[in-house]
Write a protein that binds this ligand. Structure first.
Ligand code: 6PG
Length: 475
């Protein structure tokens, strides 16, 4: 056996990861269920480094040094289970199987437990950065055992993106921790994209700016606090002109956003954990609304009158910029809350600051301000919320005016801004002294004797609403 690591599943992501490892001097065993894909891969990319191609799974397994490390890069779900089943019988005690797809962390936990009985270390590994990242340096979130990371760590840290000499790869925690963190990453990606899309919509629909001008605005924003991959490619997409029609590309694309499901998972899991990730939830629902063609068509016929956009001055662009940054801070704070909560719930010991560190490069949400998030958790590992840490608190104070103005202006103009409005409501809810949740508690007690607590003394109480004297009793 000569290969340092094996990879089965040579679609674009898999073949790019294999090439990346080979380019870094690792000998990579490659396999694909349809053999021609494997031979085509070797024909096209064999010169990238040392590969050992095998037609059968048993030859593939035999070609890898022990303890073996094998990356599975096939479709999430049944296809993954099928490959795992086939491989299980061929592996030895201490071998490591890595699922590098976007699997649900609960599936990863289930698979790990099942394989533990066979002495196999199963690893859920989140890989972000798309096809480009896989080839040139992704961000890699590794779950699973310490034994598995000892074997995998040197290779994944080698092929990951590097920022200031630090690899954007880490052992996030045991079992499903890697896929959990990748899932939250994608949820934050949804929230971030929704806010960027709303900023574009408001500036176009209220301030009347054209896509080409807005590309310039985004390009400028990318030189400040907002500097990030998503802002950079937003400028790129807005500047793009459709070759067929000569119209802005963004005007010829159907306005119904799709989703493969990781954002939805994030919200489902957040509901179970009880973490209010309102930014991610609004983003998932906004995509869903965009795809409800029948309802949109029906509403457009009945409520056809357009609202007049209020007049705005030059300073509106700056208001949108500060609003975007403030709303982003809220969305990221919620995402990090979820990581902390998930880690506590599953006893994973995830280091929140380390997640910010490995997201600084390679992944879709890579951004300058992740450095600030890393610093915040370095200073205060048990930070209650990112929103109150000095740098982010300043961003929120500076963005608050803009955020209110964007939400009120957009609302007056009939432009939907669920991301901005949700961020503002979350911010206001946290900072307010009293919330109307007190009335909700009163209603619950009134119709269902669900009890309440008081502000002035300990205990649980119920008011006998049906009696004349409405006596309060201790429950
Ligand atoms: C990444 C991306 C990647 C993929 C998304 C797209 O981190 O590289 O998040 O995983 O592009 O899953 O997700 P949707 O199809 O759900 O938008």
């Amino acid at each position: 056996a000569t290969a340092d690591i094996g990879l089965t599943g040579l679609a674009v992501m898999g073949s790019n990861l294999a090439r990346n490892m080979a380019r870094h001097g690792h000998t990579v065993a490659v396999h694909n269920r349809t053999t021609s894909k494997m031979t085509d891969f070797l024909d096209a990319h064999g010169s990238d480094g040392d590969f050992v191609g095998s037609e059968s799974l048993s030859d593939f397994v035999a070609s890898i040094k022990q303890p073996r490390a094998i990356i599975i890069m096939v479709k999430a779900g049944e296809a993954t289970d099928a490959v795992i089943d086939e491989l299980t019988g061929l592996l030895d005690d201490g071998d490591i199987l890595v699922d590098a797809g976007n699997a649900h962390f609960a599936d990863t936990v289930r698979r790990q437990q099942a394989l533990e009985e066979h002495g196999i270390h199963f690893v859920g590994m989140g890989v972000s950065g798309g096809e480009e990242g896989a080839l040139n340096g992704p961000s890699i979130m590794v779950g699973g055992s310490d034994h598995a990371y000892e074997r995998l760590g040197p290779i994944v840290e080698d092929i990951a993106a590097q920022v200031d000499g630090t690899p954007c790869a880490a052992h996030v925690g045991p079992d499903g921790a890697g896929h959990f963190v990748k899932m939250v990453h994608n949820g934050i990606e949804y929230a971030d994209m929704q806010l960027i899309a709303e900023a574009y919509d408001v500036l176009r629909s209220v301030a009347g700016q054209e896509p080409a001008e807005l590309a310039e605005v985004f390009r400028r924003w990318n030189e400040g606090d907002l500097e990030s991959f998503l802002i950079e490619i937003a400028a790129d997409v807005l500047a793009h002109v459709d070759a067929d029609t000569g119209r802005p590309f963004v005007d010829v694309v159907a306005d119904s956003a799709e989703q493969k499901g990781t954002g939805r998972w994030t919200v489902q899991v957040a509901l179970d954990l009880g973490v209010p990730v309102t930014g991610i939830a609004e983003a998932v629902f906004a995509r869903s609304v965009s795809g409800h063609d029948a309802q949109r068509e029906a509403a457009q016929k009945v409520f056809e009158e357009k609202l007049d956009a209020p007049e705005v001055g030059e300073d509106f662009v700056e208001d949108v910029r500060t609003a975007l940054f403030a709303a982003k801070v809220v969305a990221y704070a919620q995402g990090f809350d979820m990581i902390v909560e998930g880690s506590n719930e599953h006893d994973w010991g995830i280091h929140a600051g380390e997640m910010a560190t490995i997201w600084r490069g390679g992944c879709i949400i890579r951004a300058k301000f992740l450095d600030r998030i890393r610093e915040a958790f370095d200073d205060e590992p048990d930070l209650t919320t990112l929103m109150t840490q000095e740098y982010f608190a300043t961003a929120l104070r500076e963005g608050e005016r803009g955020l209110r103005r964007v939400v009120t202006t957009a609302t007056a103009a009939g432009v939907p801004v669920p991301g901005f409005a949700g961020a503002l409501s979350y911010f206001d809810a946290l900072r307010r002294d009293r919330l109307p949740a007190a009335l909700i508690q009163g209603l619950r007690d009134n119709f269902g004797a669900h009890t309440y607590e008081r502000v002035d003394r300990d205990g649980t109480f119920h008011t006998q609403w049906a009696t004349d004297d409405r006596k309060e009793v201790e429950a």
